[in-house]
Design a protein around this ligand. Sequence first.
Ligand code: SIN
Length: 461
Amino acid sequence: MHRVVIVGSGLAGLFTAFRCANLGCEVLIVSEKGSSSEKAQGGIAAAVGESDSTALHFNDTLQAGNGLCDRHAVNVLVKEGFERVTELTELGLKFDEGLGREAVHSRNRILHIGDFTGKNMLSFMEELTQDIPREEGRVVGLLTEKEQCNGIIFERNGNVEQIPATVVLASGGFSALYSHNTTHQNITGDGLLLAYHAGAELKDLEFGQFHPTVFKNFLLSEALRGEGALIVNQKGDRLMKDYPLKELSGRDLTARVMQQKSLNGNTFFLDATGINHDFLKSRFSNIYKECLNMGVDLAKELVPIAPAAHYTMGGVHTDLNGRTSINGLFACGEVACTGIHGSNRLSSNSLLEALVFGARASNAASKEETRNAGEPCLIGKVPSEETKEIMWKYCGVIRNENLLKDGLSKISSKLAELVMASALARKESRGTHYREDYPKQNKPLHSFIRIDRDEVIFRVR
Ligand code: SIN
């Protein structure tokens, strides 16, 4: 039987595993502890509302992405997203009544299960995949042979094992490469490094999304603002009052304005006290409880907030079937860059991406064959706390040439170096990539990087 190894156990990983098993493959899921999906609060966007359409969802995704979305990929996302959500509900997944609203969406479109949609979807998928073998450990390398990936090198409890297989990376982005982040601490971009060292092309690494409303690395979902919560400064002035979409402006804009004003001495708070208390405590029960554990009553008090790294738009360059530039190596979910998010992801499109491109990657990966031979390509140690501090300080929400050059001179982690080099090479501001020395937008170009050149190349797709 053809073996497929799925690297990662978030929503993309489990959905891909489920599909591959149903397609008759021998499937093995390998991952370290934790995923970003389990931290996803808001929900999953799909044009299921009466006044909604996939055309509107398409337009909103393009608007958030600031000129860099791949229209064909977005079309696949919104159309097949609707189908995949229907597939899961037919399998028994139950969403709550009512649709939430988040930034830049022109309609209420967010399906949710309480205020921890990702965790609840993951529990559902865990049940569906309970018969698929799963191993906990770190994938430290790939087995490759002439632009072909033949398997993984897996480290578990100090033992290293080679496993021949077709490989699907579903290991998440690199938000935990930053000291301030909303994700699981293992999400430092190993999947991108595995692909890079195997010779695969990476794309648009300079685009990482910073979420504006984070309380001590704990996310306060944008859905709260969708229900009327405000961002205010120490004097009670609303941060986004002068922008057309106010508190539901894009995350890129909101995080940047907040960061700029913080540098001028302001401090910021989420004010959810205007939301009906009973509704707040039931609709956002987990967030309410977590805040209370951290000493703040969300219904009565303002919560101190600051931006933190939240999501990675760039990643392993794939086609719409999850194929990377290396045969036998696939990628889906946040680790991949299909072009759907452009320079700033539309909120709640990430769980949708996991389903749509997980399904497509499983169709393609299941048609491969298992090969045995291969040279080991290893990725090295996990990034240090110092690397994360350097990334936050030198390659954060607001960037400039001096900062990035200083950061590059201090950094020792390969992926951090590639992200900084990509940020240095993009001499414009677009979406989440803000260069105070180049505040305007240039032509909408993508950046690519791979090991045989190890330099950032900009080109139009
Ligand atoms: C949130 O709940 O604010 C995050 C949702 C997302 O990242 O799409």
